[in-house]
Design a protein around this ligand. Structure first.
Ligand code: ADP
Ligand code: MG
Length: 728
């Protein structure tokens, strides 16, 4: 065994679970490090508190003087929690969170100092932002970017730093982060949904989108993970033969959690409790050493912040336990990859989940309104939803028969399918009780009972209705949820606006009764949204064919999937709803294409290096041992050695063939890269990396993995799959 591999395996075998200090009751420490309403009550004046609460619920601006009060209270609270520094915490388009710490400490002359944190420091900062992705929005001569406080997501203390969630925008006001468009989309869906809710309840003043994510990840011993240059540099293995045992026995899924992983999870959960992240569920996932963590759902903006924070905290806590968390969508070939289901719904300030069927026909009409409009929104904008989850790493998952396919469709279950079918056949178009044929009322009235014993599950669907929410399952494990949430809420907002217009026309111009008008429009939607509904096996070839007939997109790669972002209708959609202007939309497209190119480029360099510097030299070394052996046999047995050395000679030849193949493939890959790098068109470059460079990975890997099987285990330099996946 190579020295590095030997020590890595030895280290990993020595590890014991860490002892965790735990609170008696988690509820007691929940949110202890969050500047929540409770903390605000203690540290803020009444006036300051009500201004901040109003900003949260109504989006009103906070007065400058009050901002000073708030910052002072926040500082006192943070210091009481051990903070010495503060930072504006934001989510630039790198995918990671960003922070730049400043001390509260300030000198006031005469050798004296105080702890200071003013309103202006709370409200706005100007980090040097020239190195964050901006897609051409900020020319280098105007590198200024601003972070501005988002009072709807509470500040928190992590370690010794007060973190203030902020948006990140350019000098000219364009969004440079994930949060800004999300907040705008949430505002758009709030407005559009409230207007529709008024048909049913005049008291509704606010509708919030909710998000409950489910985070999947792999936990690999740090010594093992860091012994693999591909994991260190790309987050995934680029080589490695499948072990004799993988996940075929299904003995890991929902099994008892290994003690080291359990100790990590408990430690992580304790941190989450302090930070107010309401994690609730943990279990083993399908692949060996793969796990999942899920919280109680929250308002979408907060949930997105919590997921971003969680991904950071997961890595930090893992260090204490000598684990590396692999968040990549496909760290290992041959076993399942990781996703992040986004459970989504809309709820009113009167406490109604709009995607939960109610007790009366009327409340069910409201449910159907939001249910059918969501389906219609997905039908119209399926390609945008696909684009929202596109990334180099998620391409490995979508369509690879373990995750939802690259085709977006909606699963609603047999019962609701029947309900929609029945509603569609009601031709008279009346829903009002005076109508004698009250079939539709019956149908509508029965929905909650139907759903109670609706156990329909379809794991192959990318967008499934699960009783009282939709579950967007195609989101990648590494992704920031803001992107898919921005798109989903925007398309639903747009759909609800269109819906309201159509209903109002029927009421005003055709003098239809309100519920009849609603029902009529919905019935038309049922007819026109059928193509997006699919209940069968999303992994099957038959579905690919069928989806094509239906005109659904099947964009298997990121460069293909992102194209739609530049279409006139997409740009107008985001522009008209105030979510992103044209400059912002185009910038995001460029950033994502660029990121795609860079990711594939890095992987290409790494696989080339490993193949040439690790695999080929090892193969040569082993081949030399065999050659020595053959020579020895010849010395002893003279001309009869051929019969005795038959196998050795075959292996020697095979090794040469693999070496030759690897070398010529790597050379070709480098040449392809060179010619692509001189391309100016971002599309041509991305397509080249996608269709020319990336396919070579598989070929190179094939030969390297064959060598792994042939070569003496003692010599093999790379930590093997069986060691990475089965060390607990
Ligand atoms: P599973 O999908 O594994 O069957 P659940 O249905 O219990 O599990 O819920 C999965 C996730 O859905 C959880 O994170 C939960 O918080 C979230 N969830 C439940 N209700 C809602 C809702 N109304 N809006 C958003 N997320 C929700
Ligand atoms: Mg789920």
């Amino acid at each position: 065994m190579s020295t590095l591999r030997f020590f890595a395996v030895k280290e990993s075998l020595k590890r014991k679970p860490l002892k965790i200090h735990e609170p008696k009751r988690r509820s007691e420490v929940f949110g202890a490090n969050v500047f929540n309403e409770n903390a605000m009550r203690q540290y803020l004046t009444k006036e300051a508190l009500s201004s901040i609460m109003e900003a949260i619920t109504k989006g009103t601006k906070i007065d400058r003087v009050l901002a000073d009060h708030i910052s002072t209270g926040m500082k006192e609270w943070a210091i009481s929690k051990g903070a010495t520094h503060y930072t504006h915490w934001f989510q630039p388009l790198t995918g990671a969170t960003a922070e730049k710490h400043d001390a509260f400490f300030e000198t006031i002359g005469d050798g004296m100092a105080i702890e200071k944190f003013g309103g202006s420091q709370l409200v706005q900062q100007e980090p040097d932002a020239s190195s964050f992705p901006h897609g051409g929005i900020r020319n280098t001569f105007e590198a200024r970017g601003y972070t501005a406080w988002d009072p709807t997501s509470p500040a928190f203390v992590y370690g010794t730093t007060l973190c203030i969630p902020t948006v990140f925008v350019s000098y000219t006001g364009e969004a440079l982060d994930y949060k800004t468009p999300l907040l705008r989309a949430l505002h758009a869906v709030d407005k559009a949904a409230v207007a529709v809710c008024k048909y049913f309840d005049k008291n509704v003043k606010k509708v919030s989108a909710s998000l409950g994510w489910e985070q999947e990840y792999f936990l690999i011993d740090t010594a093992l993970a860091t012994s693999r240059p591909d994991i260190v540099l790309t987050g995934r293995t680029l080589l490695g033969h499948s072990p004799a045992k993988g996940q075929q026995l299904d003995d890991h899924y929902f099994g008892s959690i290994p003690s080291r992983a359990m100790s990590y999870m408990r430690d992580l959960e304790n941190e989450c409790m302090l930070l107010g992240i309401p994690v609730k569920t943990r279990h083993n996932e399908v692949a060996p050493n793969q796990f999942e963590l899920a919280p109680i759902f929250e308002e979408a903006n907060l949930a997105v912040d919590h997921n971003s924070l969680l991904m950071d905290v997961m890595q930090k806590v893992a260090k204490r336990h000598n684990f590396s968390v692999l968040m990549h969508e496909k760290p290992f070939a041959g076993v399942n990859g990781s996703g992040k289901h986004n459970n989504w719904s809309l709820s009113t300030d009167t406490g109604i989940n709009l995607l939960s069927p109610g007790k009366t026909p009327m409340s069910n009409l409201q449910f159907l309104t939001f249910f059918i409009n969501t389906i219609k929104a997905v039908q119209t904008h399926e390609e945008l939803l696909r684009a929202a989850i596109a990334s180099a790493s998620n391409d490995h998952r979508l369509g690879a028969n373990e995750a939802p396919p690259a085709i977006i469709s909606v699963f609603i279950g047999a019962q609701l399918t029947k309900v929609l079918e029945e509603l569609e056949t009601v031709t008279k178009g009346k829903l009002s009780p005076q109508e004698k044929t009250d079939l539709k009322l019956n149908v509508v009235g029965k929905i909650p009972e139907i759903l109670l014993d609706n156990t329909d599950r379809n794991r192959t669907s990318p967008f499934a209705f699960t009783g009282n929410k939709f579950e967007f399952r195609a989101v990648g494990s590494k992704a920031n949820c803001a992107n898919p949430m921005t798109v989903l809420n925007t398309i639903v907002a747009k759909q609800l606006i269109d819906f309201k217009e159509e209903v109002d026309v029927l009421i005003d111009k055709k003098s239809m009764k309100k519920d009849d008008a609603i029902f009529n429009v919905l019935r038309e939607y049922i007819k026109t949204s059928k193509d997006i509904l699919f209940e069968g096996n999303g992994y099957s070839e038959a579905w690919e064919k069928e989806a094509k007939k239906r005109g659904l997109s099947n964009n298997k790669t990121t460069p293909e999937a992102l194209k739609v972002k530049l279409s006139k209708s997409s740009i107008e959609l985001f522009e008209n709803l105030g979510v992103m202007n044209e400059v912002e939309s185009k910038a995001r497209y460029e950033i994502e294409m660029e990121e795609y190119i860079l990711r594939v480029q890095i992987e290409s360099r790494v696989i080339g290096d490993i193949a040439r510097n690790h695999v080929v030299p090892t193969a040569v070394r082993y081949q030399n041992i065999l050659i020595e052996n053959v020579k020895g046999l010849k010395t002893i047995y003279g001309d009869e050695f051929r019969g005795l050395a038959k196998e050795q000679l075959t292996i020697i030849e095979q090794i040469s063939k693999h070496i030759e193949a690897i070398n010529s493939l790597v050379t070709k890959m480098i040449e392809d890269r060179k010619s692509l790098n001189s391309q100016n068109s971002i599309e041509k470059k991305a397509n080249g990396y996608c269709n020319k460079v990336k396919p070579l990975f598989d070929d190179i890997r094939y030969h390297c993995d064959k060598l792994e099987l042939m070569i003496d285990d003692e010599l093999w330099p790379l930590t093997k799959y069986r060691e990475l996946l089965f060390t607990k």
